[in-house]
Design a protein around this ligand. Sequence first.
Ligand code: G3H
Ligand code: 13P
Ligand code: ZN
Ligand code: NA
Length: 320
Amino acid sequence: PLVTTTDMFKKAYAGHYAIGAFNINNMEIVQAVTDAAADLQSPIILQASAGARKYAKPSYLKHLVEAALEDHDLTVALHLDHGADFETCKSCIDGGFTSVMIDGSKHSFEDNIALTKQVVEYAHAHGVVVEGELGQLAGIEDDVKVAAHEASYTRPEEVEEFVSRTGVDSLAIAIGTSHGAYKFTPEQCTRNEQGILVPPTLRFDILEEVAKRLPDFPIVLHGASSVVPEYVKIINENGGNLPDAIGIPEDQLRKAARLAVCKINIDSDIRLALTAGVRLHMAQHPDHFDPRQYLKDGRQNVYDLVSHKITEVLGSAHKA
Ligand code: G3H
Ligand code: 13P
Ligand code: ZN
Ligand code: NA
């Protein structure tokens, strides 16, 4: 069924695992993510950004999710990713989403509170839950690029006031992750003996301080793709050019999932998996021009990726 995240997060918090929030943009992605979740009996969050709503049209996204629910016995929340304003959130709430994010993180603390509170009031009156955000991630989001030096970690001393004054149901925090496939510049990394880039460790001290101040409260991690090196390699070996793409190492995501983090957002890894499948197929079969042939390989990669995340990173298998 289509559900809110309330029960999912309660169980995830207590069970020391996290729910994957996978960005959906087309039919193949919806199919791959929901097939994997159904096969592993994992609860999932399907999330749509403003860009996804523009690309696929809101009604298509809604009906794709409904089709997946007809096809499978699934526990799914349908979530708006990075809602920028009240109107977008309202449109999703009215359109059957069970969860929305109001991303007021670029505003002042007081303006973020006022905007978030307005969304919470409308959402809760309609049985929908709300994710807010404090702190700013670096990276690319809807073509808005936040430079690393403009990013700012969440200030733990602000979280109790933000949550109590807004009434949000979950909180996204900034502890060093960022959006997109280039989470760290090579200069921010060190190199190991094999010459492989090693990114700086996430600020688990901030996560722990936030968790101490907000007992039993679900925390959300954005920008949490690991930028799977195998897929980057396949892309680069088959006509692509993604130099120095780098993400969050999986052991740090596993650690976050065991702690207060109950929702881990994954978009870039889906894009890379799909692109790697399509590029490899195209390179191996230059005579193919049927989209079903190459999209099938892209979709299979997304299925494999999501299965891996559920079993090896999130720990959410058999929790539906
Ligand atoms: O947070 C950003 C997500 O990866 C969504 O990206 O706005 O390009 O759909 P998008
Ligand atoms: P990634 O770019 O790391 O996949 O992050 C996705 C995200 O945070 C969507 O809101
Ligand atoms: Zn995000
Ligand atoms: Na957790």
